[in-house]
Design a protein around this ligand. Structure first.
Ligand SMILES: Nc1ncnc2c1ncn2[C@@H]1O[C@H](COP(=O)(O)OP(=O)(O)OP(=O)(O)O)[C@@H](O)[C@H]1O
Length: 243
């Protein structure tokens, strides 16, 4: 499988001196879902934010096809879709305008943006709410719009930070299908979640962070071979070992 992103020896110390990541290395292959897991505060959002170039790293490298993402940061941002933990839709404009604005921001023409919107709106079953304002939508639909925004510019890597938090089982399953569709299209996905059933169902590869360090990276089978029990038990065991 083609290796697209390489995270090499990444460290992050926040300005207040807190060391959130210590020597983190992972490879991201094309069309693969990486389940990024770990207890609260283990560094998942920090790592996702560094990969998305939202915050700087302290040391280490993030490479795309062997070249630093910082060599051409705007090109890198074109290739990344980020669906953040905190939904940040613009409530002054409609769902459709939210998505179209995103595509325009990434350089699509209005015609291309509208075409892309029609595809995404159908995929995420948003048609009924195209002309609604985000504030009037249920949590599940707001999340779908947020996911839609992250996909409008046809990214090569999508980072989902706890995308199904608080969603009902039906919508969660629908989101799982969307992630599997992205995979089929060759898009890589980083999936941060606390739902282990989701990780088991979707991930090709697992990266388990604890206290800012990679405690395991590999397939689910490899993890289960290395440590006994189900994923949840393994996570609890690792956090207790470190406590
Ligand atoms: N801006 C910041 N300044 C200082 N420390 C921070 C900052 N952001 C995060 N941290 C700390 O860095 C560590 C990692 O935080 P991070 O949000 O990356 O963890 P997480 O695994 O995503 O947690 P959660 O599962 O709760 O979302 C935590 O101890 C957190 O308190």
């Amino acid at each position: 499988m083609h290796n697209v992103y390489q995270i090499k020896n990444v460290c992050k110390t926040y300005p207040n001196g807190h060391k959130a990541l210590n020597n983190v290395s992972i490879n991201i292959n094309q069309g693969e879902v990486i389940g990024l897991i770990g207890v609260n505060g283990s560094g998942k959002t920090t790592l996702s934010s560094i990969i998305a170039s939202l915050i700087p790293l302290t040391s280490g490298e993030v490479l795309y096809n062997g070249k630093s993402i910082y060599d051409n940061i705007s090109k890198h941002r074109q290739m990344i879709g980020l669906c953040p933990q905190k939904i940040n839709l613009d409530n002054r404009i409609t769902v459709k305008e939210n998505l179209i604005n995103d595509a325009l921001f990434f350089g699509l023409s209005r015609k291309e943006a509208v075409e892309r919107f029609n595809v995404i709106s159908k995929k995420l079953m948003l048609q009924e709410y195209e002309n609604s304002y985000p504030a009037t939508l249920s949590g599940g639909y707001k999340q779908r719009v947020s996911i839609g925004r992250s996909l409008m510019h046809d990214p090569k890597l999508v980072i989902f930070d706890e995308p199904t938090l608080g969603l009902d089982p039906h919508i969660r399953k629908h989101l799982w299908d969307i992630i599997l569709d992205l995979k089929k299209d060759g898009v890589s996905v980083i999936l941060t979640t606390h739902y282990m059933d989701e990780v088991e169902y979707l991930s090709d590869y697992i990266c388990l962070l604890h206290n800012g360090e990679v405690k395991f990276s590999g397939t689910l089978d490899e993890l289960k071979k290395e440590r006994n029990g189900n994923l949840e038990d393994i996570m609890v065991a690792i956090s207790e070992e470190e406590a």
